[in-house]
Write a protein that binds this ligand. Structure first.
Ligand code: ISE
Length: 343
């Protein structure tokens, strides 16, 4: 392989630190040369860990630095669009964590810039597409062996969310994964969507809706039901079942050993199985593959992963879901015409 791709990371929070470790320790053909964060000390700390350059809170300076060939954006969601635009202004490769933006309009601006460059420059961090469970589900659905998909029943349950979390973020930050993975699994686009307010959990004491139920219908009338909890009181739990005409496919739970024990031997008698609480662990293998594939495609000069178009479609559906809350109506998901570049 050619020389290592020299990456700069914006954002040294949970996933930023994780991607930094991942790229440096496990991804062939790439290395992290610099980091930055709006909290300068966070960048300094991560940089010190690996002996790399810290740009402190000078994220713009890092984007422009000639040593940095590609930028990974892992800063907080509302900053994604602006940083992507700045990376594109430098005509550098970009990996942007989900969501691509907070709304569809901003994604259109990103696509317009890519069209001007004449090349896909951005990959969006929809890592579930690289998960073995989802990939096998897609393979079975596409084989047609169990007939046409009719319904998807999904759940996205988190233990907690950070400060500043709002009801709308249940869509833009959380369900955005399902908005991407369901259309990817089915190979179908959304027709309309509705967000339904349901009975609230006793854990809902932080000022945002929990749970929320999101309903989506595809253009071919496949019905999708996603339960989103951001304070579920027990663990990180991702469920997805696709009901087809002659059978079903279901996402497997992550690997975990089942333990059986006597009450006098352990404090957890009976049959027990640990449940995850950290979302970064649940899809760790998918994150690893995603990063390796992105780097490989950058070396090949042709991005193959989830594109700005995919980030955009998820945001169009997300905007409609947020607008539908409280209306008891399905709202249409209207996209612009798909540019040739993304076909
Ligand atoms: C987080 O940003 C993620 O991307 C996780 O996959 C998701 O489950 C979590 O709710 C988000 O906050």
């Amino acid at each position: 392989m050619a020389q290592d791709l020299k990456i700069g990371i914006i954002g040294c929070g949970a996933i930023g630190k994780d991607h930094c470790r991942r790229i440096i320790q496990t991804v062939p053909g790439a290395t992290v040369v610099a980091v930055s964060d709006y909290v300068a000390a966070a960048a300094d700390e991560t940089a010190a860990l690996y002996g790399i350059r810290s740009f402190g809170n000078d994220c713009d300076g890092m984007i422009k630095d000639p040593e940095v060939e590609a930028v990974v954006i892992t800063s907080i969601d509302p900053t994604h669009h602006d940083y992507v635009m700045k990376v594109l202004a430098e005509k550098k490769w970009c990996f942007c964590e989900k969501p691509l933006s907070q709304n569809a309009k901003d994604c259109e601006e990103i696509m317009a810039k890519e069209l001007e460059i004449g090349k896909k420059m951005v990959q969006v961090g929809f890592m579930r597409r690289y998960d073995r469970g989802y990939a096998e589900m897609k393979r079975i659905i596409e084989s047609g062996e169990i007939g046409r998909p009719i319904l998807i029943k999904a759940a996205h349950r988190n233990v907690s969310q950070g400060p500043g979390f709002k009801t709308e973020n249940g869509v833009t930050n959380v369900a955005i994964h399902e908005l991407d993975i369901c259309r990817w699994l089915l190979g179908e686009e959304y027709k309309d969507v509705q967000c339904v307010r349901v009975r609230q959990s006793a854990n809902s004491n932080k000022g945002y809706d929990n749970p929320q139920v999101m309903l989506m219908r595809t253009q071919n009338d496949c019905f999708i039901d996603v339960e989103v909890q951001v304070a579920d009181g027990y663990g990180y739990d991702i469920q997805c079942e696709v009901v087809c005409e002659n059978g079903t496919v279901k996402l497997p739970d992550p690997y975990a050993v089942v333990r059986r024990s006597r009450p006098d031997v352990t404090k957890d008698p009976g049959e027990t199985m640990p449940i995850m609480t950290d979302w970064k662990e649940r899809f760790i293998e998918a994150y690893d593959i995603e990063m390796c594939e992105w780097v490989k495609s950058v070396h090949a000069g042709q991005l193959t992963g989830p594109s700005s178009w995919d980030g955009y479609v998820a945001c169009v559906a997300g905007d409609a879901l947020n607008a539908s809350r409280g209306t008891s109506e399905f709202l249409p998901v209207k996209t612009i015409e798909k540019p040739e570049l993304y076909k």
